[in-house]
Design a protein around this ligand. Structure first.
Ligand SMILES: *Cc1c(COP(=O)(O)O)cnc(C)c1O
Length: 367
């Protein structure tokens, strides 16, 4: 049997995700001991001290299975958002929610509309279920909702709106979202991926998706503890949606999907508003440093509402990636999204951001 027949055809034709390079690997490859990793939108301040203390406490209990329903954490989230706990499902990172969405809604031949470039896991999971991703190129670097609306037909099940859009960093505004909603049928599920919610909310134009959910049950909101809360290594995300959708998604989730340490750390993080506040302020300071450099050097960039920025450096991003890495700085090259002269840089501490700018300057001056 050749491997075309051996493997499920949807799996065999998929491409693997290319993650940001782990720091340990780059250190070993290049013999460097100091690495500035600005590739995966992690929190440069680390996790909340309260989360770390909660993990230490809980470590004694890891011989016991976690609560498969994460009841305490869902209770906390329900209070925070004024929802019922059965409108919330906690997951092994936001990425598990994306997988659950595809598993819950996509029959072979069903269509899911999304932008391109956007977060790659929408396509992967829709294809896995035998569905068809309908990828709409960005227009002026934004979701082209007119084109989204034109593509809607009887096979359309899902619309993904990555807001802010990764890798670009801009948002779809309240007005834009309302225009889209007015023009799509009620039985099409709209997914708002709000992994960067706490950063984006600073923008008064950012839509209130919870309010939309209350009026429109076929709405799914994805959030995560990986970004602003700094728990990327622990893997916790969640979705806010109607209880009807939660009920279906719960049937196919891994039973013990969120481990004990993740559950207590997430709860502690919710209590640490100061950590969130400090993280968001640092983010906008760090973005400010980068924007200043880009403007002084006439580099086109997208105004960010997240903890990363997308900039056109007018050179081959593969080369820039290699040269920056040789100088100890890891970024995300735009060729991964077919935007060859762009790079995406996560915000760091001010020191890391200044180090990146200094190394970028060296790379650009050599060109
Ligand atoms: C980081 C991210 C997620 C979720 O990441 P997890 O670590 O799996 O929680 C989801 N969507 C987007 C757009 C992201 O950038």
């Amino acid at each position: 049997m050749n491997s075309n027949d051996l493997f499920k055809k949807e799996v065999h034709s998929l491409k693997r995700y290319v993650p940001g390079k782990p720091i340990e690997e780059v250190k070993k490859e290049l013999g460097l001991d100091e690495i500035t990793k600005l590739a995966s939108n992690e929190n440069p301040l680390g996790p909340s001290k309260k989360a770390v203390a909660a993990i230490r406490n809980e470590a004694e209990n890891i011989h016991i299975y976690p609560d498969s329903l994460a009841a305490a954490l869902r209770e906390d989230l329900a209070k925070k958002y004024d929802l019922s706990p059965d409108e919330i499902l906690v997951s092994n990172g936001g990425e598990e929610i994306i997988k659950l969405i595809a598993q819950t809604f996509i029959n072979p031949g069903d269509e899911a509309i999304m932008a391109t470039p956007t977060f790659g896991l929408y396509t992967t999971n829709v294809l896995h279920m035998g569905g068809t991703p309908i990828q709409i190129p960005l227009k002026n670097y934004k979701h082209d909702f007119e084109a989204f609306i034109e593509k809607i037909n009887d096979r359309t099940k899902l619309i993904f709106v990555c807001n802010p859009n990764n890798p670009v960093g801009n948002i779809m505004t309240q007005d834009e979202i309302h225009h889209l909603l007015k023009n799509i049928p009620e039985d099409v599920v709209i997914v708002f991926d709000e992994a960067y919610y706490e950063y984006a909310i600073k923008n008064p134009q950012y839509p209130n998706s919870l309010k939309i959910l209350k009026e429109r049950p076929n709405t799914i909101i994805i959030r995560t503890f990986s970004k602003v809360a700094g728990l990327a290594g622990l893997r916790t995300g969640y979705t806010l949606t109607s209880s009807k959708i939660i009920n279906e998604m719960s049937k196919v989730k891994n039973v013990f999907n969120v481990n004990r340490l993740a559950q207590v750390a997430a709860r502690a993080s919710l209590q640490d508003e100061e950590h969130i506040h400090n993280t968001v302020s640092l983010n906008y300071e760090s973005l400010g440093l980068m924007e200043k450099y880009f403007e002084e050097n006439h580099l086109e960039y997208i105004k960010s509402n997240a903890n990363f920025v997308f900039v056109n450096i007018n050179m081959d991003s593969k080369v820039a990636f290699q040269e920056l890495m040789a100088k100890g700085v890891i970024i995300r090259p735009g060729y991964l999204w077919n935007m060859d002269s762009w790079i995406r840089i996560s915000t760091g501490t001010l020191e890391q951001t200044e180090n990146f700018l200094c190394k970028l300057d060296e790379v650009l001056k050599l060109e």
